[in-house]
Design a protein around this ligand. Structure first.
Ligand code: NAD
Ligand code: ZN
Length: 358
């Protein structure tokens, strides 16, 4: 059984489960039999751990399978790597009947998706996520690489043909990456579903000790929340911005720590605490922040703005974040758990709250 994502441009299935990858050949045979070849794009680490089992599963699809391995993490999302991918596609004579499979976390998904979006004006691709964070990034069709002047600044909207989420791949994920991804799970609960938030808070108390069933529950729920928002607002003209909860300060922290030194999720968790404090102050949000902070500290998150990050610099970064449409920084706040709003906030208040979080 699968989750269906229905956007204006495309409808596609998200399959979540142990051994979900085994469903891939059948999906290809049934719905993509016109495909002439398959190119797997993955990173060095994921290639070592999981490429073989994906290739093994793909044998049944009976199509030629190529592979192109890129560097890990943000190093994959560069113009150079993008160019190499395009060169590889051209040299191997891929065309619009070819399928790209993104095997990896959000970085590989963003890169491979952008390669697919631009090669010959767009060819089909599928996401095979291998991180918890990718429950977020693999759904929704935002694909991008980085520019030295800004993260994710060069990209496209290009929805995948399918997302195949095999939970077994998560077993090799380091704790720090699990923690990064879990922050997005928390985000999805806070912006959309109070019961889900309560469930997480009472069931997930040790990231080393999450059962398969719990992974299944939280990933399906997180994806459903994201899918519902993307279905209503594929191109981020309105409510899709709610998905940026915690990201305004989060991106500023992540960027000033230097990408790779501090994970995306750990940064946005700090951003979420900040947005929750602002929500309590500006919107009268009824929320037990102490309990939240206790819970996330126990999970190993940092709850303060890291030393050495200057308030003035963070403020500037928040205001140049592409999600701000005018002079003031636009924030996603909550007036209740599950009920987000957008609000412009004055510099003085932003600074005051940042000082409190040092
Ligand atoms: P990632 O792809 O860099 O993966 C993190 C690290 O984990 C890498 O070193 C990778 O090699 C390793 N890894 C991946 N799977 C593994 C596994 N199963 N076992 C062991 N190691 C594994 O990053 P991520 O955290 O998944 O995603 C972050 C990226 O996603 C950022 O570039 C961010 O901009 C992007 N993102 C995109 C969207 C979107 O909507 N497109 C949303 C959120 C984040
Ligand atoms: Zn995020």
């Amino acid at each position: 059984e699968s989750i269906q994502v229905k956007t204006a441009s495309k409808q596609y299935p998200v399959l979540v489960g142990e051994k979900a990858i085994q469903e891939l050949p059948e999906l290809i045979t049934h719905e993509f039999n016109h495909i002439n070849k398959i190119l797997i794009i993955t990173d060095e680490k994921v290639a070592e751990l999981h490429l073989q089992s994906v290739k093994q599963a793909l044998i049944k699809a009976g199509k030629p399978v190529l592979q192109h391995i890129v560097p890990e993490g943000e190093h994959a999302k560069t113009f150079d790597v993008f160019y190499e991918c395009q060169s590889y596609c051209l040299s191997q004579k891929l065309n619009r009947k070819s399928l790209i499979i993104a095997l990896g976390g959000g970085a590989v998904g963003d890169l491979a998706g952008f390669v697919a979006a631009t090669f010959m004006r767009g060819i089909p691709f599928m996401q095979v996520p291998t991180t918890l964070l990718a429950h977020d990034s693999a759904v929704g069709g935002k694909v991008a690489i980085n520019h030295p002047l800004g993260k994710n600044m060069i990209g496209a909207f290009h929805q995948p043909e399918a997302v195949i989420y095999d939970l077994e791949f998560l077993q090799t994920l380091p704790l720090q990456e699990l923690r990064s991804g879990f922050a997005e799970v928390i985000k999805h609960s806070l912006i959309a579903d109070h019961d889900f938030y309560q469930w997480l808070k009472s069931n997930i108390v040790d990231l080393n000790d999450i059962t398969d069933e719990q992974f299944m529950t939280m990933i399906k729920k997180g994806i459903s929340i994201k899918a519902a928002i993307v279905e209503e607002d594929e191109k981020e003209m309105g409510i899709r911005a709610y998905l940026n909860f915690g990201h305004t300060l989060g991106h500023a922290v992540e960027g000033s720590m230097g990408y790779g030194n501090f994970t995306h999720g750990e940064s946005i968790l700090i951003g979420m605490i900040y947005a929750l404090k602002l929500s309590i102050k500006k919107e009268g949000l009824d929320f037990n922040l102490e309990e939240f902070i206790e819970w996330v500290s126990q999970l190993g998150y940092r709850i303060t703005i890291p030393d050495g990050l200057e308030t003035a610099i963070l403020l500037n970064l928040m205001k140049t974040d592409k999600k701000s449409v005018n002079e003031a920084a636009t924030f996603v706040l909550l007036n209740q758990v599950g009920s987000p709003i957008l609000m412009d906030i004055a510099d003085s208040e932003l600074i005051e709250e940042m000082i409190e979080m040092k």
